[in-house]
Ligand binder design. Structure first.
Ligand code: CP
Length: 326
């Protein structure tokens, strides 16, 4: 595996291997006062974020540092992007500066794929001459969220959390609720959870479903209360007002009444069912505070798993599956 751009590139076997690897990293660090493994010593990992982030950026940085990589954070606001430098020139500059891995978040769908294509090979056509990067064929590129397209490591950490909470994913019925239209988390989860054998139900108003949702490996429902009693897990999504150009239908109040996970709605779930949310949560809008803070909700477990999953992904891309100290 050279890059992680889409969960559609993962088979059930390769996804399961990544989840197993994440578990191994958790075990390797368990009880250690000093969380430092030598796995990526001498490797340079760059996070390149053109959109805001707390969880993804921080957990990639922690993952890299816990594996002894040199981690450099680049944000659009503090880089020469703010002076008008193009995405291509930025990517080629980071490659020439020695990146072994580029972890990319960008508002445009397909941006990570494009960067992987530009930075592949020996840098022909680059205006920056010979690359100083140590990874032959260009850096590994990890999609940390591209527009409304995909967020592969979020889906992997959600799958790991579901596996831990439910004992497995095969045959489980998982509802993804809310703003599917603008959600890269929804798409990546629908694909990955189906690949892992789950039955996925998208639950949303018609206005917040993408036109092509009927081609996804899922069932679609518009009625959350009818679905909750038969779900093993429910993944609540953030309503992404920043991608709606000021328009929002149904209104926030209507949305909250019709699709928000209130305490009363959570009580419709089976006893064993778990609640996930990728964060950031809009409390009182898509999820009630009492639900967000309930022990049945796995939000902070998702964050912790995010570090281990991102360690596994960096390890697989930069070291491979056949060795390296961990
Ligand atoms: N879940 C997620 O991607 O959160 P951040 O935007 O904080 O990274």
């Amino acid at each position: 595996m050279k890059h992680l751009l889409s969960v559609a590139d993962l088979t059930r076997e390769s996804a399961t291997e990544l989840l197993d690897e994440a578990d191994r990293f958790e075990q390797a660090l368990l009880g250690r006062e000093v969380k430092k493994l030598p796995t990526l010593r001498g490797r340079t990992v760059m996070t390149v974020f053109f959109e805001n982030s707390t969880r993804t950026r921080v957990s990639f940085e922690v993952a890299g540092k816990w594996m002894s990589a040199d981690v450099i954070n680049v944000s659009a606001s503090s880089s020469s992007v703010s002076k008008g430098e193009s995405l291509r020139d930025t990517a080629m500059t980071l490659r020439a500066a020695g990146a072994d891995a580029l972890i990319v978040r960008h508002p445009a769908s397909g941006a990570a794929h494009q960067i992987a294509a530009w930075t592949a090979g020996q840098g022909e056509g680059s205006s920056f001459g010979r690359s100083a990067g140590s990874t032959s064929g260009g850096p590994a590129v990890i999609n940390a969220g591209d527009g409304t397209h995909e967020h592969p490591t979020q889906a992997l950490l959600d799958a790991l959390t579901l596996r831990q909470r439910l004992g497995g994913i095969e045959g489980k019925r998982i509802g993804i609720v809310g703003d599917i239209l603008h959600s890269r988390v929804a798409r990546s989860n629908a694909i990955l959870l189906s690949t892992l054998g789950a039955e996925v139900v998208l639950i949303a108003p018609p206005t917040l479903l993408p036109i092509g949702a009927s081609t996804w490996p899922v069932r679609v429902s518009h009625t959350i209360d009818a679905e909750l009693p038969s779900l093993d897990a429910v993944l609540m999504l953030r309503v992404q007002a920043e991608r709606m150009n000021g328009g929002f239908f149904p209104s926030p109040k209507e949305y909250s009444i019709t699709y928000g996970l209130s305490q009363k709605r959570m009580d419709l779930l089976p006893e064993h069912a778990v609640v996930l949310h990728p964060g950031p949560m809009l409390r009182g809008m898509e999820i009630a505070s009492s639900v967000a803070d309930s022990p049945r909700t796995a939000v902070l477990q998702q964050v912790t798993n995010g570090v281990h999953v991102r360690m596994a992904v960096l390890f697989r891309l930069l070291v491979g599956s056949d060795g390296g100290e961990s």
